[in-house]
Design a protein around this ligand. Structure first.
Ligand code: SAM
Length: 335
């Protein structure tokens, strides 16, 4: 399938948010002041069913999608998400099936996900120190449980396990080197993510961003790094290897070095809206199509049309003018 958007980018990855709910209240993502007790999360009937998600994935694979990632909200908050994993794992053409989680659930869930056919696990962890991590997750969740989840994932064969660390100036900068040392030793890939202005609600300021280049320099000074070739065109992380070793880190410089040119990702929200950019405000309602009885051909035509019209390069534009552009919530369409 040779589907390309207006900038010549193919459709290769689909990120599926399976729920808008999360058990964490990370201050940079779903701050408690906004996502409090009275926050109106999506009612159950509004969520795409597993069958509906499966249908969209089958059609998307026909248009070029090879990689599927389940995210949220927190994907493990969706009941029986492993049943969805097993449905997606059976679709011919889904080469990679990954899940991004905060790693806060009982470890049996790792084994269930592996048995269902999950291929890779990505875990978010912003610090090794309990006080820093708890201040960021805002639900008093301890580091040790997440570390156990990471090890259980590696042991289950869901590697290479990637660990996502969002770096916020003055909040967890001091955790950069301890995190790098720890995961170098453990052999998992730590990825530093520049703090982004996702959500109308996280009070983003450019001053809070620690540029990826600064992070790389800090680590390089302590533990020399060498650049690694991208695995594939459109890889979001700049990769570095510890000199003379196999172990590597990734730097996701979405703010300071936007990578829109290589972006092959579409995002499906929990209620079935298709977004062609993390920062898109306007989605395309696939749920209405599905529930209105559209055939697979109509679904495929719609997807192809949406992708064909895609012209998004939000991060590049925003990089040039970092003021008030419209934003969507990360918890809604997933990271
Ligand atoms: N709940 C899951 C988790 O914690 O990994 C999946 C969803 S979460 C929205 C996906 C990723 O987005 C996480 O690694 C998270 O750290 C990242 N993220 C959330 N808000 C962000 C922000 N403002 N800037 C950069 N990354 C962010």
């Amino acid at each position: 399938m040779n589907l390309k958007d207006k900038r010549g980018r193919a459709l290769r990855d689909l990120r599926i948010s399976v729920t808008d709910r999360c058990n964490f209240r990370c201050t940079y993502c779903m701050p408690a002041e906004i996502f409090g007790r009275d926050h109106a999360f999506l009612p159950k009937d509004d969520l795409l069913s597993f069958e509906e998600i499966e249908r969209i994935v089958r059609v998307a694979v026909g248009l070029g999608v090879e990689k599927v990632r389940l995210t949220g909200g927190e994907p493990l908050m969706r009941r029986e998400v492993d049943t969805l994993v097993s449905k997606l794992a059976e679709i011919p053409g889904v080469e990679d099936l990954a899940l991004t989680t905060n790693g806060s659930f009982p470890l049996e869930r790792v084994t269930e996900l592996k048995a269902a056919g999950l291929k890779r696990m990505t875990v978010s962890l912003d610090a090794l120190e309990d006080d820093v991590f708890k201040a960021m997750n805002d639900v008093d969740f301890p580091v040790a449980n997440v570390l156990a989840w990471i090890e259980a994932s590696a042991k289950a064969g869901l590697g290479p396990v990637k660990v996502n660390m969002v770096v916020k100036r003055g909040v967890n900068e001091s955790s950069i080197l301890p995190m790098a040392r720890y995961f170098r030793e453990k052999g998992h890939i730590l990825r530093f993510i520049e703090y982004m202005d996702v959500g109308r609600t996280n009070g983003w300021r450019l001053d809070d961003v620690v540029p990826a280049a600064e992070i790389a320099k800090l680590i390089h000074t302590a533990m020399p790094l060498e650049a690694v070739q991208a695995n594939y065109a459109g890889e979001v992380a700049n990769r570095y290897r510890y000199a003379g070793e196999e172990g590597e880190i990734g730097l996701i410089a979405s703010v300071t070095q936007p990578f829109c040119g290589g972006c092959t990702r579409a995002r499906l929200s929990a209620d079935g809206m298709l977004y062609t950019c993390l920062f898109a405000v306007q989605g395309h309602d696939l749920r209405s199509l599905l529930r209105g009885g559209a055939s697979d051909d109509v679904l495929a035509e719609t997807l192809a049309k949406v992708w064909g019209k895609r012209d998004d390069r939000y991060s590049e534009v925003r990089s040039a003018q970092t003021d008030d552009l419209p934003k969507v919530e990360m918890s809604y369409i997933g990271g």
